[in-house]
Design a protein around this ligand. Structure first.
Ligand code: C5P
Length: 238
C-alpha cells in the first residue's frame, strides 16, 4: 500500500501564516506525504508559498473549493495548474457546465505543456445536515445528495471527490475503481476527536475505499509529527 511515488497521506497545513507552515513542512518528507493548502493559508501566504512547496518536491492539494460561473472557475483552475499543484477542487453544486469548463481548462493547459492536476469535487460539506440541505432547497438525505453530486462530478469528467470516510464504500461501489476518494475526518484510534464528528481511523478509511487521507491536527499538533506520520504510514501499509 505504501507507494513512495504516490503517498496516501495529505497533511493539512492549517496555519495562519507562511512561517508556521514552513516550520512544519521542514520536518516533513515529500516521499512520505503530500500537503494541503486551504483558504486560510492561501489567503495569508499566497501563490508564492504554493510554488515554494512544489519546488521542494511536495505534491500540493490546493483546497480552494472554487464555485462560480463556468468561465471564472475555468480561469481560476488554469491559474492554479500553472502553480504546479497536484490536486485542486471545485464545488459539485456549481453544476455540470461549471465542472466541464474546469476540466476543459485543465486539458487545454496540459496541451500547452502544464502538468494536469487532479480535479476533484466537494459534494456536500460535512458540516451540513439534513435540515441545512432543506434550508437551501435540497431534498433527500445528505447521503443521497452526496451520491447524486459525486455521479454528476464523475459524468462531468472529474477525477474524484472529497468525502467522509463513512461515505467511501457507497461511492466506491457507485463510481467504481479509479475514481479518487479523498477523505478528511481521520483520527488514529487513540487520537483526540476535536471538532470532527464523524471520524474513522486511517486503516478503516483505507479499507472502506479511501485513496487519500487528509490529516491535519493528529499530525501537525503531535509532539513528534514525523513519528506520527510514520506510525500512520505503518497502519495503512498492508
Ligand atoms: O485537523 P483535521 O485532521 O481535522 O483537518 C482536516 C482538514 O480537512 C481540514 O483542513 C479541514 O478543513 C478539511 N476538511 C474537513 N472536512 C471536510 C472537508 C475538508 O475536515 N468535509
Amino acid at each position: 500500500m505504501t507507494d513512495l511515488n504516490d503517498p496516501k497521506i495529505i497533511v493539512a497545513l492549517d496555519f495562519s501564516d507562511a512561517r508556521a507552515a514552513q516550520e512544519m513542512v521542514a520536518r516533513l518528507d515529500p516521499a512520505l506525504c503530500r500537503v494541503k493548502v486551504g483558504k486560510e493559508l492561501f489567503t495569508a501566504a499566497g501563490p508564492a508559498l504554493v510554488e515554494n512547496l512544489v519546488t521542494r518536491g511536495f505534491g500540493v492539494f490546493l483546497d480552494l473549493k472554487f464555485h462560480d460561473i463556468p468561465n471564472t472557475v475555468a480561469s481560476a483552475c488554469k491559474a492554479a495548474a500553472q502553480l504546479g499543484v497536484w490536486m485542486m477542487n471545485v464545488h459539485a453544486s456549481g453544476g455540470r457546465a461549471m465542472m466541464q469548463a474546469a476540466c476543459e481548462a485543465l486539458n487545454s493547459a496540459q496541451a500547452g505543456g502544464t502538468r494536469r492536476p487532479k480535479l476533484i469535487a466537494v459534494t456536500v460539506l460535512t458540516s451540513m445536515g439534513q435540515s441545512d440541505l432543506a434550508d437551501i432547497g435540497m431534498q433527500g438525505s445528505p447521503a443521497e445528495a452526496v451520491l447524486r453530486l459525486a455521479q454528476l462530478a464523475q459524468g462531468a469528467g472529474l477525477d474524484g471527490v472529497v468525502c467522509s470516510a463513512q461515505e467511501a464504500a457507497l461511492l466506491r461501489g457507485a463510481c467504481g475503481a479509479g475514481f479518487n476518494l479523498v477523505t478528511p475526518g481521520i483520527r488514529p484510534a487513540d487520537g483526540v476527536q476535536g471538532d470532527q464528528k464523524r471520524v474513522m481511523t486511517p486503516r478503516a478509511a483505507v479499507d472502506a475505499g479511501a485513496d487519500y487521507l487528509v490529516i491535519g491536527r493528529p499530525i501537525t499538533q503531535a509532539a513528534d509529527p514525523v513519528a506520527m506520520l510514520q506510525r500512520i504510514q505503518r497502519e495503512i501499509a498492508v
